[in-house]
Design a binder for this molecule. Structure first.
Ligand code: HEC
Length: 265
């Protein structure tokens, strides 16, 4: 996560509220600049609490006679994000390399990280502002999930039971499914289900179907067979179209799974 994305929540809350009428990052408007606030509270360990309170209740006297209105609608969490962003303006952030407006970008996993994280792409544009208006910034965030998803990352689970810490999900009845929103299956060769193997014994076959768009959408992969003794099942993907909601539907014998991996080879 880059520094800017870390403070994106605080920046967005400030943009939505009235703060910019009286504050800018660099210059004093009616209220102090955010950089001045950050410098003043740099070594103050209770800065987050003090400033959260001040923004919530309003007041004057610290910077002069002008008065800041109260902001009772902001929650403590929101205030925390806002204040952490304001305090971050006091130290120069690593500037991010700007990228061209169009083109492609190949991600690489940073040293020391495993490949189970997410990528956050932030597209931001800041104009130069005018004499009377602060520069405006607009931005969009795109979060890309890793190729290995845990059951708890499913956007919907029907007729599936989770264990206590949501690391394992068990199929309760035929027709149970996990839904993952907006999965891009382009170039994905198979979907690998990480299973907790079932015991020995005779086991009538299970069927696992991948469908795109809806529970009865286009079938883009099927596995039929026994799950006895298996800790993974690879369901080959065929005929998938781009980025759509993905349903993984289970029938036959119940499966227990703790991961879904998207393989491109
Ligand atoms: C109507 C103008 C106005 C608006 C709107 C406003 N402020 Fe202020 N703000 C001020 C003034 C004036 C001060 C200086 C108050 C003082 O001297 O105690 C101030 C002070 C502050 C301080 C420093 C407080 C301190 O005690 O050192 C922070 C942080 C701050 N504002 C954040 C915000 C945020 C965040 C918002 C939006 C949610 C906001 N302000 C909206 C006018 C405003």
């Amino acid at each position: 996560v880059d520094a800017t994305a870390r403070f994106a929540a605080g920046m967005a809350l400030i943009a939505k509220s009235d703060c910019r009428a009286c504050h800018s990052v660099k210059d004093k408007v009616l209220g102090p600049s955010f950089i001045a606030v950050a410098k003043k509270y740099k070594n103050n360990p209770s800065a987050v609490a003090t400033l959260s309170n001040k923004i919530k209740n309003g007041g004057s006297g610290t910077w002069g006679h002008a008065e800041m209105p109260a902001h009772p609608a902001l929650s403590n969490n929101e205030l925390g994000s806002i204040v952490r962003y304001i305090l971050s303006t006091g130290t120069p952030q690593k500037t991010q390399k700007s990228m061209p407006v169009t083109g492609s970008y190949t991600t690489s996993v940073p040293k020391g990280e495993n490949d189970n994280g997410s990528y956050i792409f932030r597209a931001a544009y800041t104009d130069k502002g005018t004499a009377s208006a602060a520069a405006l910034t607009t931005e969009n965030l795109l979060v890309l999930r890793g190729s290995l998803l845990t059951p708890s990352q499913a956007n919907e689970a029907k007729e599936m039971a989770y264990n206590r810490d949501s690391t394992i999900v068990v199929v309760k009845t035929s027709g149970a499914y996990l839904k993952f929103n907006k999965v891009d299956l382009t170039d994905i060769k198979n979907v690998e289900l990480k299973l907790l193997p079932r015991g020995r014994g005779t086991d009538p076959p299970s069927t696992i179907e991948l469908r795109q768009g809806s529970v009865d959408g286009k079938v883009v992969g099927t596995f039929t067979g026994s799950l006895v003794g298996k800790n993974t099942v690879q369901v080959p993907v065929e005929g998938a179209e781009g980025k759509q909601d993905l349903y993984i539907i289970f029938s036959g014998n119940p499966a227990r799974l703790n991961g879904v991996k998207f393989n491109n080879e």
